[in-house]
Structures are given as structure tokens and as C-alpha cells.
Write a protein of this length. Structure first.
Length: 296
């Protein structure tokens, strides 16, 4: 089967912990060991990943670079470690490639006026309010904490799609669309330029999965799956649902909401299935014993 696997940014750095090279590598090693099981089973795997914590930390340094450039930086950083850990976990003679992936967005997308994408570390409410006032940030509530939010426009077109297909034809394990891809817009003269935003990784990965005619689309995160009444004593995991069933429910816009939407879009427009679950549960998500599966 051809599987697109989206690794969540929070799954690659533990929520609430300070991001370090050692900690990030340890989390990526867990991801690589889980992905290796899919490769050993003979599946064709295309890997995407989030970068919200990583790009947020770079932005905290206060340098002169916009979010599209910081996104490209983190794509290289995460791709490098992921390639290395996959090489260690799976097969040294396998071929890997990390592709800096430009994804076109609409400059008039309403997301530019309503930032919802979380980036960077989590803060207590008082500290978040202080940073918002000092830096002009938009802040959103992420579980029990607060984080910076930035515009997250919908992906329209994957510019490197032909290159990705060429690599897959050569049996290369491709890491692409990191952080939702590098957001670019087309100018009136037809040329492309980056824009200040972070595309949602799940929507970009879902678009990639549809364009590649994938059989399955896995979104790996730091929670077991999709829950009803999340955070309440009577919360319950949704083990399987149709897009129509999920459409009648409400999920947080900055976290589980985009995953559910991306899963529904994929299941509705393909003959495959989408699944949402923990980073270490690839095999269980494929056979339907763990996480949340979305299909018609």
C-alpha cells in the first residue's frame, strides 16, 4: 500500500518540555522505529511532519527572517535527523530524500485575518499575555496552556509534486511537505514568493495524499485518537467514524479540528482510509486496532 504518514510537530517534541536537539532526536527515533515497521511490511511510505514548536523557537530568537524562511530551515533540520534515524532503524541501503516543498496558498485566504495555527512553546496565561503585549502576537488557548497563533491558509498546489513522483518511481523514501510546506503565493507576473504564514501540516499532507493516490493517510500525534467530550471525566475515544458522522461534531480549530477535517476530506475523495493516533501506533492504526479510523 502507498501510505502518507504525517508526524505531528508536538509528537516530535514533547508538549511542555523545552525543545533541545537531544530531546528532538529521541522523539524522532521513536517515530523512525514506528515507521520502520511499515517499511518492513513492504508498504510504500511518504513522510510529512509538523514544525510548529521548532519554527516557533526560531522565531523567538528575534532574527530578521519571516516564517516561510524559518519553515524551510526547520524542514532541513527535521529531515536530516529523520533520515539518519530511519537509516539506523530500518536499512542502511535504503534511499531517502528530504524535499523542501513549496505549497501555493491564496493571499486573500481569510486565515490571514484569523490566526489559529499554534507555534512555539506553551505558556501560562500571565506570561502569554505579557508576550502578546510586548511582541504584538495573537495568542490562543492550547489545552491547559497558551501559545502563539499565526495565519494558517489552506494549501492549493504542491509545486514539487512532479519531483516527488519521480523519486517514488525510483523507490526513494520521500520526506516532504514539512511543516505543511513552505507557503508561497503567485505574484501578478507569474513568479512565486514566500508569505508570512504556517500552512496546517494535516491539510497539506491530506492534499499530498490525494494527489499521490495514497491508499492510507495516517496522522500521528501525541494523543491516542479523536475523543468525544475531550478533557472531561466521561471522554470516550471514537474508534471509527464516517466523514458524515464527524461533520456533526465540533473539534478545536488549532489542534484536532484540522486533523479531523483532513481525514474527512481524504476519506470522502478516495477509496482509502485515514487514521489518527499516537506516534508509536503505526501498525495498530493500519490494522484498525488503535486510534481513530475515518472511512466511508
Amino acid at each position: 500500500m502507498r501510505i502518507v504518514v504525517a508526524l505531528g510537530g508536538n509528537a516530535l517534541s514533547k508538549r511542555g518540555e523545552t525543545l533541545t536537539a537531544i530531546g528532538q532526536r529521541a522523539s524522532i527515533r521513536v517515530a523512525a522505529q514506528s515507521l520502520a515497521k511499515l517499511l518492513e511490511a513492504g508498504h510504500e511510505v511518504v513522510i510529512t511532519h509538523g514544525n510548529g514548536p521548532q519554527v516557533g523557537y526560531l522565531a523567538l530568537q528575534g532574527g530578521p527572517f519571516p516564517l516561510d524562511i524559518l519553515g524551510a530551515e526547520t524542514d532541513g533540520m527535521i529531515g536530516y535527523v529523520l533520515q539518519q534515524e530511519l537509516d539506523n532503524a530500518y536499512a542502511p541501503d535504503a534511499k531517502y530524500a528530504t524535499i523542501l516543498t513549496q505549497i501555493e496558498v491564496d493571499p486573500s485566504d481569510p486565515a490571514f485575518h484569523a490566526p489559529t495555527k499554534f507555534i512555539g512553546p506553551v505558556y501560562e496565561e500571565a506570561e502569554a499575555a505579557k508576550l502578546s503585549a510586548a511582541r504584538g502576537w495573537t495568542i490562543g488557548k492550547d489545552g491547559a496552556f497558551f501559545r502563539r497563533t499565526v495565519p494558517s491558509p489552506r494549501p492549493k498546489r504542491i509545486l514539487e509534486l512532479d519531483v516527488i513522483n519521480l523519486l517514488l518511481e525510483q523507490k526513494v523514501i520521500v520526506i516532504c511537505a514539512g511543516g505543511g510546506g513552505i507557503p508561497v503565493v503567485q505574484k501578478p507576473d507569474g513568479t512565486m514568493i514566500g508569505i508570512e504564514a504556517v500552512i496546517d501540516k494535516d491539510h497539506a499532507s491530506g492534499l499530498l495524499a490525494r494527489e499521490l493516490n495514497a491508499d492510507a493517510f495516517l496522522m500521528l500525534t501525541d494523543v491516542e485518537g479523536v475523543f468525544t467530550k475531550w478533557g472531561k471525566p466521561d471522554q470516550a475515544i471514537i474508534s471509527h467514524a464516517t466523514p458524515q458522522e464527524l461533520a456533526s461534531m465540533s473539534f478545536p480549530a488549532g489542534s484536532m479540528g484540522p486533523k479531523v477535517e483532513a481525514a474527512c476530506d481524504f476519506a470522502t475523495s478516495t477509496t482509502g482510509f485515514a487514521a489518527i493516533g499516537r506516534l508509536s501506533d503505526c501498525t495498530g492504526l493500519m490494522n484498525g486496532t488503535t486510534g481513530t479510523r475515518v472511512s466511508l
